[in-house]
Structure formats: C-alpha cells, structure tokens
Design a protein around this ligand. Sequence first.
Ligand SMILES: N[C@@H](CCC(=O)N[C@@H](CS)C(=O)NCC(=O)O)C(=O)O
Length: 324
Amino acid sequence: MGQLVNGVWQDKWYDTDSTDGEFRRDTSKFRNWVTADGSAGPTGTAGFRAESGRYHLYVSHACPWAHRTMIFRALKGLNDHIDVSVVHPDMLKDGWEFRTDFEGATGDRQFGLDYLREVYLRAKPDTSGRVTVPVLWDRQTGQIVSNESADIIRMFNAAFDGITGNTDDYYPQALRSDIDAVNDRVYDTVNNGVYKAGFATSQQAYDKAVGPLFDSLDWIEGLLARNRYLTGATLTEADWRLFTTIARFDAVYHTHFKCNRHMITDYPNLWGWARELYQRPGVAATVHPDHYIRHYYFSHDMINPNRIIPIGPQIDWTAPHGRG
Ligand SMILES: N[C@@H](CCC(=O)N[C@@H](CS)C(=O)NCC(=O)O)C(=O)O
C-alpha cells in the first residue's frame, strides 16, 4: 500500500512513528456533490446534475466505507442508473488493483486501467494523497465527483429521486441532529475505532482505541434494547453507517484488529438488529465476506506476516432476527 505524492506513486505504510503509534485517517480530497439540478452542494463546485448513466462508482467489496455506498445504491433503486467497478481484494504495494482473478472483481469497466491510482491521475495528474475507495466518477466531465462515502450516501439518498421515483429518506429533517450525534460517536469509536485499534503500533495507542470501541458497543446495545433503530423507530443513515463495520466485526476485526473483548453475536439486541438490516431487500447482495476476509488478512502483512487466513466463526446471518 502506498500513496501519490504530486502524481508519483510511493509505496509506504501509514506513518505512525510521528504520532506515538496512533493511526490517523486522512481527510478525503474530492468533495463535490451530485444534486438534482446540478447546483453546488455543501462543498465543492456546481455542475454535477443527477442523470442516469452519467456516474460510475469504484468500490472494494472489502471496504466498509465503500460498502455504505453500495447499500445506498441498492436501497435507493440506483443499480440500473449508476454502474460499478469492483477492485481486487488484495491491496499490496501498488494499492488497489483491477486484477480480475478473484470472483466478483470486475476490473476497470470504464477505462480498462490496471490500478485505481490511474483513475485518480486521470482526474488530477499532480494529485497527492491516499488512493481510496469509494470513488464516484463523472463520465461527462472526466472528473472525480467525490471520494468521501459520507457525502456519496447523502447524494444517493436525495439527488436521484426524480429519476428513480424512490423517495425513501434515510436522513429525514426531523432526525438530523440525532443522526449526526450518533454518527459522530460511531465514526470516531467504532467505524474508525476498529482501524485505530488494529493499526496501532504501541500498546498505549491500542488501549486508547479499544476501550472506547467496546464502551460504544455497550451504549449501542442499550439503545437497541429500547428502540428498534439507533435513533428510534425509523431506520436511518446512522444505522447503515454502523452496519458495515458490524458486518465485518466477528470475521475480521475481532481477530485481525484485536477487537476481542466480545463478539457481535454476544450482544442480543445489536446482533438481532444486524440480522434485520442484512435481511432487508437488496442488502445481502452487497455483503461479500470472501472479499473482506481475504482483503484484511492477506493485505496487511505487518499485522499478519504469513498471510494465514483463519478458519473464522460460523455465523448465520439468515436466522430470524426477532425485531419488530
Ligand atoms: N473517508 C473515506 C475513507 C475511505 C478509505 O479509507 N478506504 C480504504 C479502504 S477501507 C482505502 O481505500 N484505503 C487505501 C489507503 O488508505 O491507501 C470514505 O469514507 O470514503
């Protein structure tokens, strides 16, 4: 794994020496918005009107951030309007690759490129930073609209409603402050918390991440004992943002990232909630354990140098969820 520096690829792992062993996630660089009428969104520039077939999504089925966008694409009826390229699960010295020798890895269905970094370079030849998924590409202007999943799911939630006729709203006005508050805690301690624990290179940095992670899972278990969903009776963006981390937890984060105080299956309410979300129409087709198990155990050789993929727990996602 590496990154681009002024358009040149440099193969290096995350620098944790300067941060006492702590992993700090970079902020995303491309932050434009697709909107219904092409007006500017909360950040970036105008000019990205919602149109069928205009946008292309690059994802990894391993990545929890990209997974959010695949879920919103399915929930919002966008599968026929936004097509997708899926990278190979191994992320090695060249970063994300378009090799197709793994079931479900599609190659680059737009340009036939070999590496995701070449997509970034096409958009901006002197770009610097990490080459991450997801990426939302605009065919019309040949630019990256956004590489920030939190923004992309909000675009998918609202911008294309006139095209699809699907007006389901996962970020309703009345719940926004509650959703934002849950998102803040879940992002810092759970979505990113598992990475902070797993990529820590000092005991102190690991302890600082893993404690708040399990405190938050206890807090969530309490919320879900009282309410069907995180912010009450309505399923929202906050639930979906948590779901993609929970989906990977027992198979990957528990072992590979040393998040092993409990498994998700130990929390009756959280585990029932997770099965309910998994069983919603269109969602199971976005969940690819083969990609995430292979990606994490095989790609992070400083965590797992012999790349042995453990046998893994037996988890039945299709068991009745008992919620409702
Ligand atoms: N803030 C970004 C984070 C995306 C991200 O970090 N994706 C990971 C995969 S799970 C990635 O592509 N990492 C490559 C790298 O860091 O070099 C988002 O939510 O869209």
